[in-house]
Design a protein around this ligand. Structure first.
Ligand code: 13P
Ligand code: SF4
Length: 336
């Protein structure tokens, strides 16, 4: 039976949480979840983290099955790093607007047109684009990785133009930016954010670098989901404004129930418009069915996996490197 049939089939009488707990032991499965997943999924996961944390966990787990509660490029990353494991994703349609913005054939043309540039690519892309890249970055590792690349090395940054633009401004590097955006962070409204700030003077704004510059200009802290969460947990303010996907506020509210966390608004002034529609495809029911049927499963051509692994390994090495002791040298230019 296809996993999707199970959704239509009766789950009456099934205690989804108990079944997930039973199956995770039976399958020797680890459940990894991103902070943008619904609260129940975050609460049942063995580990919740940002893209870099989740990649590291996927590379080091000794489980037989990785149940990845996130989007497809994250589950693909887990498969690239742990090919011997079964990697399941509750809904195979959980894509990403950044991945969609960067088709591999167009990316290859762009690379070929700039043979003296290396490609630094955000992890939010397909395995085929990873295979065409020199180094993968996440929002929590991009700055550290950039600091290890000689200043005179020309760089293409893809596919998120806002993260790339932020990194270019922060590090003083002139990078060629691929014009992709995250539809979630793109939807925040500067006008509405300023109104919200006026209503809550003193409330710090914590923002993800996938936000446009007009939002980042009003932020007190800019960082990956794990960095935003750490900043929120350290707040001394009674109100905090959060400019990223709102499900991360679940962790903030659990840690600091006395603090009011407010999601940054979209153009209609509503703070709920920024739910990632791709992440939202995963549900507890689909997680249960995926663990039960070991489907939908990530499968990948071995040559593609090995090519994509090079740029991911480079990220894992550079993200863990001790910097400030000389750079690690420019990676090879692979554009051909
Ligand atoms: P991080 O969790 O690495 O900050 O990434 C955010 C994101 O948009 C994932 O899709
Ligand atoms: Fe992609 Fe944005 Fe959703 Fe993250 S939040 S998965 S970047 S669309």
């Amino acid at each position: 039976m296809d996993a999707r049939d199970g959704i239509g089939g009766s789950l009456a009488g099934v205690d989804i949480k108990d079944e997930i707990n039973r199956l995770r032991t039976e399958r020797n499965a680890v459940i990894l979840a991103h902070y943008y997943q619904e609260p129940e999924i975050q609460d049942i996961a063995d580990f919740v983290g940002d893209s870099l944390d989740l990649s590291r966990k996927a590379a080091e787990t000794d489980a037989d099955v990785i149940a990845f509660c996130g989007v497809r490029f994250m589950a693909e990353t887990a498969k690239i790093l742990s090919p011997e494991k079964i990697v399941i994703l509750p809904d195979m349609n959980a894509g990403c607007s950044l991945e969609d913005s960067c088709p591999p054939d167009k990316f290859k043309e762009f690379r070929d047109a700039h043979p003296d540039h290396i490609a630094l690519t955000y992890i939010n892309c397909s395995a085929a684009v990873k295979a065409l890249s020199d180094i993968i970055v996440t929002s929590s590792s991009a700055e550290k990785i950039l600091s290890q690349i000689p200043m005179d090395q020309k760089i293409i940054f893809a596919p998120d133009k806002h993260l790339g633009g932020y990194m270019a401004r922060k590090t003083g590097r002139d990078m060629l930016l691929w014009p992709g955006v995250c539809i979630v962070h793109e939807a925040f409204s500067e006008t509405e954010l300023l109104k919200l700030k006026a209503k809550h003077p003193g409330a710090p704004v914590l923002a993800h670098p996938e936000c446009p510059a007009a939002i980042l200009d009003h932020a007190d802290h800019i960082g990956s989901t794990s960095s935003i969460l750490a900043e929120a947990k350290a707040t001394e303010s009674d109100t905090v404004i959060v400019a990223t996907e709102p499900h991360i506020m679940h962790q903030m509210e659990k840690a600091l129930p006395e603090v009011t966390f407010i999601g940054a608004p979209g153009a209609d002034g509503n703070c709920n418009c920024n739910i990632c529609p791709y992440m939202a495809l995963n549900t507890m029911e689909k997680l249960y069915i995926a663990l039960r049927d070991l489907q939908p499963r990530i499968e990948m051509d071995e040559d593609l996996r090995l090519e994509a692994k090079k740029s991911l390994d480079r990220m894992l090495e550079m993200a863990s490197a001790t910097v400030g002791m000389g750079d690690v040298g420019a990676p090879p230019v692979t554009g051909d």
